[in-house]
Write a protein that binds this ligand. Sequence first.
Ligand code: HEM
Length: 145
Amino acid sequence: MERREIKTREDIELLVNSFYDKVQQDEVIGFIFKDIAKVDWARHLPTMYNFWESLLLESGSYRGNAMEPHFRINKKIPLEAAHFQRWIQLFEATVNKLFTGETAALAITRAKSIGEILLFKMNSINHPDPNNKKIPLVNPGNQKG
Ligand code: HEM
């Protein structure tokens, strides 16, 4: 299949569907979605279409808190660097397999920077540095179940 640019909602849906197909089958992170979070895909996928459409096509269709569910999951199983690395690896492979161009590159850049922020936040909870005690990296309100 010819790789194309990310231009429409349909492109976003293809990206998201293909990515979560891979995620669900993945040995490293699949179980987090299936067994820990027990994701309702009929609900989650449209949220992710809106999220990526807003980031890449400036649709403004996503209204949510992208950070919150990860704090919730992190209480059940610590989300570590290896999980985020795998997530990014699968995302990047999916984008590069299907798409080309500036918006495709932007998708990868955005995923990596959000992944870094998420990992930083999870690490500050899972591996708190005693020297950093005075600097609250995470608003404790975010950690409520
Ligand atoms: C270790 C890596 C990650 C894991 C295991 C993970 C897992 C999850 C799970 C289980 C949910 C909840 C789905 C539900 O509603 O049932 C979720 C939601 C979400 N994730 Fe992640 N995620 C990861 C990384 C990322 C990254 C890097 C991004 C952004 C680039 C991201 C963006 C989102 C967004 C936008 C939501 C939906 C928030 C909402 O409900 O509005 N996630 N994630």
